[in-house]
Ligand binder design. Structure first.
Ligand SMILES: [Fe+2]
Length: 401
């Protein structure tokens, strides 16, 4: 008889309605008009509006009788930028659509939540703001990712950043802020530059691994995370090749799927030490989030594996790491201990193949390690499968200086 699977108590929070597939961007005007007749389009710099889809979208909105106003968000949005947009747009807006990368979707989420009352995001921002609970009802939000990375289309939080010595990276979050619809059209990834695809793909991949081994993981997220890991393992390098060939198309769909799933699983069960570190990396230095994750993933995995082997060799997360090791190596990785070694080696190999820059290229030095370690003790670190000492966290950073 097979071993009985033990299922502990768990909760699955809100999910958006998911509309996934090549070409499904054409459904966006109809979706928007099912929620309102006056939409605020939150977009990135210029790339979407310079591409072929913008004219089609505008025409579609006009045909549906939807008025639209556009705002752009560049880089990672600051709280001030969000407040300016909220106070600057028309009061008749009754639906919001975010079309862009993770930062754009995060901004759209915060804007949709704040528009009904028009108050400042500092009222609700964790730690640096007043931290008041959000009690309103956000405007309906449709999230359309144009990159495959953060999975923001499936999460309830908006990460806002202020850079510099007093920099921070903090969330405004509420269960009600999850998008009503996540529309994922992998075709939109076709124009994504290789470097961006690499960094953002590593963010999604990290999010999948970290939620898979999270100490809060449950059977639902395990099944989802595993399917996301299979998709990314099979499609990442095909997606990076670019072009219009069948392999590249399938690769892009796999990455769009992996990113979406990573957002779902991280929202349910949290992340780990890589995302713990990504917070100080991103607020203290000009390191893009995907690069921050990708560059330390192998080192952080090695440290986690070692800590688990020493402290709790029967830990379930070690078996999970081993399973990912077998997945990345095509199955030839042996028992748990050696499969974990294979995993670390495979991740190091990916880091090289993806040309992920080292931390020192962004000005991180030995002297910065104490404040990076202090900054890494955040929510993400709490769901890491094992408690790491300051020395262990420092060792992760040091390996990638
Ligand atoms: Fe991330």
């Amino acid at each position: 008889m097979a071993n009985m699977m033990k299922i502990d108590a768990f909760t699955i929070g809100n999910l958006p309605r998911i509309v996934f597939g090549d070409g499904r961007l054409s459904e966006l005007p109809g979706l928007i008009s099912s929620y309102g007749d006056s939409v605020l389009l939150v977009m990135g710099g210029k790339s979407f509006r310079a591409g072929p889809h913008w004219e089609v979208l505008k025409r579609g909105l006009v045909e549906q009788g939807v008025r639209f106003e556009c705002v752009s968000v560049e880089d990672e949005p600051s709280p001030r930028q969000i407040d300016d947009i909220v106070s600057g747009v028309g009061r008749e807006i009754n639906v919001v659509a975010g079309i862009g990368g993770g930062s754009v979707l995060d901004a759209a989420k915060a804007i949709a939540a704040l528009l009904p009352r028009g108050n400042s995001v500092f009222d609700h921002l964790e730690d640096v703001g007043r931290g008041l609970p959000y009690e309103g009802t956000p405007l309906p939000l449709v999230a359309v990712p144009t990159t495959a990375g953060t999975g923001s289309e499936a999460t309830k939080n908006a990460v806002l950043s202020q850079r510099g010595t007093d920099g921070f990276k903090k969330s405004f979050r509420d269960d009600s802020m999850v998008a009503r619809v996540a529309l994922i059209d992998p075709m939109l990834l076709a124009g994504c530059p290789r470097e961006l695809m690499a960094a953002q793909g590593m963010d999604a991949f990290t999010q999948l691994i970290e939620s898979y081994v999270s100490r809060r993981a449950n059977p639902v997220t395990d099944a989802l995370a595993w399917s996301g890991l299979e998709a990314v393992a099979g499609g990442f390098f095909d997606a990076l090749q670019g072009g219009e060939g069948e392999a590249a198309r399938s690769g892009r769909a796999a990455m769009a799927y992996g990113a979406l799933i990573s957002g779902i699983t991280l929202a349910q069960v949290g992340l780990g030490s890589v995302h713990g570190l990504a917070q100080p990396f991103g607020s203290l230095f000009p390191i893009p989030h995907g690069v921050a994750c990708g560059t330390v993933l192998a080192a952080a995995t090695e440290v986690n594996v070692h800590a688990l082997e020493v402290r709790d060799p029967e830990h379930r997360s070690l078996q999970k790491y081993a399973a990912v090791g077998r997945l990345l190596s095509g199955g030839e990785a042996g028992e748990v201990r050696s499969a974990c070694r294979v995993l670390v080696k495979s991740l190091e190999e990916w880091t090289r193949r993806l040309d992920l820059p080292r931390l020192s290229e962004f000005g991180v030095g030995e002297a910065d390690i104490p404040r990076i370690v202090a900054g890494s003790r955040n929510n993400s670190m709490k769901s890491n499968p094992v408690d790491l000492s300051d020395e262990e966290i420092a060792a992760i950073v040091r390996k990638r200086l």
